[in-house]
Design a protein around this ligand. Sequence first.
Ligand SMILES: Nc1ncnc2c1ncn2[C@@H]1O[C@H](COP(=O)(O)OP(=O)(O)OP(=O)(O)O)[C@@H](O)[C@H]1O
Ligand SMILES: [Mg+2]
Length: 469
Amino acid sequence: MSMTEQGHILVVDDDKAFRVATRTLLEDEHYRVSCAPNGEAALAGLEGESYDLVLSDMVMGKMSGIELLKELKRRRPDMPVIVVTGFASIATAVEAMRLGAVDYLTKPSNNEELLIKIRKALDLREKERELRMLREELQTTYSFGTMISQSDAMKEVIRQIQRVADTDVTVLLQGESGTGKELAARALHFNSVRKGRPFVAVSCSAIPESLLESELFGYEKGAFTGAARQRVGKFEEAHTGTLFLDEIGDVAPAVQTKLLRVLQEKSIERVGGSGLVNVETRIVAATNRDLELMVRQGDFRGDLYYRLNVFPIKLPPLRDRMEDIPLLAESFLQRYSSLSGSRVTAIAPGVISDMMGYSWRGNIRELENLIKRAIIKATGDTITSIELPGTEPADEISLQDEATGPGPQTPYKEYLSAITRHAEERYLRRMLKQYKGNINQIARLMDVDRKTIYRKMADYAIDPATFRD
Ligand SMILES: Nc1ncnc2c1ncn2[C@@H]1O[C@H](COP(=O)(O)OP(=O)(O)OP(=O)(O)O)[C@@H](O)[C@H]1O
Ligand SMILES: [Mg+2]
């Protein structure tokens, strides 16, 4: 299709005057038009040509419009057909829709209505085509199990996983919260020779220190009050498989020492036990903390870090791989839309570009949650807006900001300045709201000069006019 050409339309009608008038109308709108006086001619013309849409009369000589429609749908199921009928034959129009026509028009037809219906049908077809392409991409090139990776950074992660999967080497997954560490650990296991073996995950931060040891290593009957039976720990459960030690940075020093011994000796001792049990298990550990820094600060054992960090894989934050957003959003849309039986099937391009400019402190998990919420809130079949936190100032500083704002990984000065700016912007907006954008009054109350207020408003992209009555 050339720049100006809007699409190739086949007009089928036995009425020559209608064909000529419609051709003129459509050509004026830059469509390319072909005409056929009956169904047989239309089908013959189908051979060497590709049409973007067919506009077909329903009452014609030998071959009826319904027969033509059936044949068109059989030969070109994706080609939209709009049928044109007389007032008297609404029943025919209904039948045509049932057989797969996208729309119908009644004669005498109104030019404007005709053009709108053609545009709509072509847009719909374009959208379906895009969706189908995305689905195919999802299923083939870019997926590694369920991991989406279109960006170079994620493709490199997948390559690393593939390289190390079939070895017994210990893998350390590091990355911010929500970057996909657990998903990567599962992908590693299920793409390795151990895939038919157990994958056992332990969240080291969710289990109290006092229980973690028996959870990991098991205990013998009578080891402590309440130990009525022997219990096998996670290491033994994962024998010949993979043990995923999640949130490894949160393990208390005493347990760190025991873990180190297991990694060195490849055997464990149950709590209250008297002998060693051999375990052969692949260790994958994950953390969102900076273990190296923790070692330097004395919060994590250096020798354990050394044992875990044999093959490190870093999951990049989402803000460093914005190219993954369209495909991630599409896959979450598909998943949650069909799970909830919703009819939302598309995301407006503007929403995608908004998302590509957002900071994603909560990474992929945050994206997932926002899409889930947007599906519920959507009124039509398309997500037309998304609530990106922070893009609209809230009235109060909440705990939420503490959790999603800059965290302890951020250097102190940067942290402080981010918090200060945030607070200052809120203060300024509240003043502007309360005093309806009266800069003189605000400057007096804040005890600064007006120039300062104007500079700050420009800095935070605040338009004072929006606060005036
Ligand atoms: N590449 C990806 N493709 C598709 N979905 C992903 C991808 N990465 C992460 N997800 C999804 O995002 C969510 C968060 O991922 P996951 O739980 O693996 O993160 P995490 O790094 O373990 O986070 P945390 O540190 O908070 O535990 C999950 O629902 C996961 O399925
Ligand atoms: Mg996790």
